[in-house]
Design a protein around this ligand. Structure first.
Ligand code: GLA
Length: 330
């Protein structure tokens, strides 16, 4: 059995998925593979990149307590998908682990397929989102797992996180998508993520679903922090819509400007950037041939995504949009 699942980079629309908003990620040509043989009553995986085997009994109760840490994601998948048989195999990845390109989502999705998960790409993504939440304790949204499960070659995915409808959006032909690591290790990401989500929920309690809220609604929120968080989400949803229109029209300069505005909103209103991410975005945006750049994913470190004229940047990863996860061989 051999299953593979891609990582993702989000072009625009961050911290919008868990309030039913819009996101625009693409599955990328860096991926995680799980290969092995079904059987037995435990899932036993070794990794070519990470230390220690992950050994998880089929009746695992507390995924968060497993060691080594990557075994928690294995345990999350086992707990959610409840496979009838165990599995012995090897995990390998071309994704940088923990850099914000959804290496954990790729592991979950590839493993669920290797363990025999049957269902649609959406069902696979929802199961793996639950696995991620169990493993990490972070109340993440569905973007990463859905991008990995439902990727379309040459396209970004417009995901409406209220309806979970996925609409492929062609990447303009005359651009490159480049991912540049900031070198910042993500710190306090788990607690800060949960805090941001709680602040968004506080805003929803006041003005209703943020996916439908207007700037006028946001202005009625008294607490300045909750107001700023809501303003990010409401303006970011609008930017995703505008980005899809700009991509369709081939207006790459407009795409770049939207990415820069997204970064500013994540920096000022959502406060999930870091000085290194800010400096990297500023440096990239000042480079001739770069249309725009922004932090991508949860923030607090991780990577910047840049949209460029082909051949502009000689650093980071030049990524292609690829198809979603699949069983390569039974
Ligand atoms: C992480 C989460 C996603 C999403 C992003 C921010 O990657 O796993 O669900 O919330 O952060 O956009």
């Amino acid at each position: 059995m051999l299953a593979t699942a891609p990582g993702r980079v989000n072009l625009i629309g961050d911290h919008t998925d868990y309030t039913g908003g819009l996101v625009l990620p693409m599955a990328i040509d860096l991926a995680t593979t799980v290969e092995g043989v079904p059987g037995g009553d435990e899932v036993r995986l070794t990794s070519e990149e990470l230390p220690g085997p992950a050994v998880v009994p089929l009746d695992v109760a507390e995924p968060q307590e497993c060691e080594p840490p990557w075994a928690r994601f294995v345990a999350g998948v086992v707990a959610v998908t409840t496979p009838a048989r165990g599995f012995t195999g090897v995990v390998s990845t071309t994704l940088p682990v923990g850099a914000g390109l959804s290496s954990s989502a790729a592991l979950e999705v590839a493993l669920a397929l290797a363990l025999g998960f049957e269902g649609s790409a959406l069902e696979l993504a929802l199961a793996c989102q639950r696995a991620e939440q169990l493993a990490s304790g972070v109340p993440c949204g569905v973007m990463d797992q859905l991008a990995s499960a439902a990727g379309v070659a040459g396209h970004a995915l417009l995901i409406d996180c209220t309806t979970l409808a996925v609409t492929p959006v062609p990447i303009p032909e005359d651009v490159e998508v480049v991912v540049v690591p900031s070198g910042d290790v993500r710190r306090l990401a788990e607690s800060a993520y949960a805090e941001r989500r709680a602040q968004c929920e506080a805003a929803i309690a006041l003005i209703g679903p943020l996916a439908q809220a207007t700037a006028q609604d946001v202005a009625t929120v008294a607490d300045p922090v909750v107001r700023a968080r809501a303003r990010h989400v409401v303006t970011e949803n609008r930017r995703v819509r505008d980005m899809v229109a700009a991509m369709a029209a081939g207006e790459v300069a407009a795409c770049g400007a939207l990415m820069v505005a997204s970064h500013e909103s994540l920096r000022v209103d959502f406060e999930v950037s870091t000085p290194r991410l800010d400096a990297l975005v500023a440096e990239l945006v000042a480079t001739p041939g770069v249309h725009g750049a922004r932090l991508t994913g949860a923030g607090f470190g991780g990577c910047v995504v840049a949209l460029t004229r082909p051949g502009t940047l000689r650093r980071g990863w030049r990524v292609q949009a690829v198809g979603g996860a699949e069983v390569v061989r039974w």
